[in-house]
Design a protein around this ligand. Structure first.
Ligand SMILES: NC(=O)c1ccc[n+]([C@@H]2O[C@H](COP(=O)([O-])OP(=O)(O)OC[C@H]3O[C@@H](n4cnc5c(N)ncnc54)[C@H](O)[C@@H]3O)[C@@H](O)[C@H]2O)c1
Length: 392
């Protein structure tokens, strides 16, 4: 474990009203959440645990890195001894668990890494948090656990039917989280959110990827027909949602964090071409689009009801036009920043998976890690995933 830059001097925890552990805090969404928590809750100590994977950047946290109520610890949620020690030394009251492998395309190529980090890592964290008797454990899941739907709107009691390895790993992790509520009444809360966009997102995800490609005078590569629709929430709205769940989320509950705003991937490409290439000509716009092979599975829509969140007083506020302008403005393109991202896109981890398409891929997790996978844990996972439908 290494404590880095800024924050507290070494020694026993000082008097803060609450000590909040945020995992994956150098990633996209959690870095926005941490900045808000550190600024808005000076009496809370915010501990950022992140292993600094390929998609992480501490630059996302530069504005708060020297604050007294912030601390960064580099470490891996998949290391039980380290995680146990962390809970013992940091006296954590609340956990916000974001850390995960998150790129759907990569999950088809590196499915076991996704199971390892997203399921086993979550179980390690959950077990240590339970032992440490933390007062709230918030698990950040995704609308993708529902699988796709054309018309049926999902609510929190809809069955989980994930259709890709990423979504399956998130659904399996949810099962572990829920089981701690069922078995021990350990106060867990699960959130399932729509696609999030905003500044600092790693350019493997569709919006920053299209922005980067267009800024480099390259075409937007669209999987399949491009008719798949996605709901997009601006990062600031999602931060508000997590702060709401932190304050008002009830133990044992699941909350959808969604929006009615949805757009097809083809339409999204058009919007970004209009914004960046400043054209409205259909034929010119077509020149900036390239249709590539579809993913092995690609859900058409994730329509979701978010009434429970509305009941807690949260609603998304930032209109698309405003959010996308802000996102584009923070993705400046110069020759010196070949990829529009605060962190570094290592060419070592770039993989060409189809025509005109580059994906950032994972550094391979050493085989040693797989040996630490407990077989009974794996059996438990496959028991859940083997079901036709995974029920809440
Ligand atoms: N981005 C979205 O649109 C979206 C939508 C719904 C849910 N989610 C969920 O929100 C969470 C955050 O998503 P994001 O897009 O910000 O992710 P991200 O990929 O930007 O960040 C993930 C972070 O987790 C860290 N991490 C990965 N493995 C780790 C490990 N073993 N130990 C410690 N840290 C580790 C990485 O270093 C990185 O900083 C994820 O759980 C994801 O499933 C994301």
């Amino acid at each position: 474990m290494s404590a880095a830059a800024g924050g507290e001097a070494p020694g026993p925890p000082r008097g803060f009203a609450k000590r909040v552990l945020v995992t994956g805090g150098a990633g996209f969404i959690a870095s926005h959440v941490i900045v808000s928590l550190v600024e808005d809750y000076p009496d809370y100590m915010i501990i950022n645990l992140d292993k600094l994977d390929y998609c992480a950047s501490l630059k996302n946290l530069e504005t708060i890195s020297n604050k007294q109520n912030y601390k960064f610890i580099q470490g891996d949620i998949c290391e039980p001894h380290f995680i146990k020690l962390l809970f013992e030394t940091e006296k954590v009251d609340i956990v916000l668990h974001f850390a995960a492998q998150t790129h759907v395309d990569l999950s088809f190529v590196h499915a076991l890494e996704f199971t390892y980090v997203n399921v086993y890592g979550t179980h390690v964290l959950l077990s240590a948090a339970y032992e440490a008797r933390v007062e709230k454990f918030i698990y950040v899941s995704t609308d993708e656990v529902y699988g796709g739907s054309l018309n049926e709107e999902f609510d929190e009691s809809s069955p989980k039917q994930p259709t890709n390895p990423y979504a399956s790993s998130k659904a399996a992790a949810e099962c572990f989280v829920q089981s701690y509520w069922e078995q021990y009444r350990f106060p867990v809360v699960i959130t399932r959110s729509s696609n999030v966009y905003g500044p600092h997102q790693y350019p493997e995800k569709v919006i920053p990827k299209f922005i980067s490609l267009l800024q480099h005078n390259r075409k937007c590569c669209i999987h399949g027909s491009g008719l798949q629709k996605r709901n997009f929430l601006y990062a600031a709205d999602v931060v508000e949602a997590f702060l709401t769940v932190l304050k008002k989320g009830k133990p044992g509950e699941i909350y959808n964090i969604g929006t009615n705003f949805e757009m097809s991937v083809a339409q999204l490409a058009k919007e970004l071409i209009q914004l960046i290439k400043e054209t409205n000509s259909e034929s010119e716009m077509e020149n900036w689009v390239d249709y590539v092979d579809d993913r092995p599975s690609n859900d058409m829509r994730y329509p979701m009801k978010s009434e429970k969140m509305h009941g807690l007083g949260w609603r998304p506020k930032v209109p698309w036009k405003e959010g996308i302008k802000k996102t584009n403005a923070i993705h400046p393109c110069t020759d010196k920043t070949p990829i529009a991202f605060a962190g570094k896109l290592s060419s070592k981890f770039c993989l060409k998976t189809s025509k005109n398409e580059e994906h950032a891929t994972l550094p391979l997790i050493p085989t040693l890690h797989y040996r630490t996978l407990n077989l009974s844990v794996l059996n438990f996972i496959f028991l859940f995933l083997g079901k036709d439908r995974i029920m809440n």
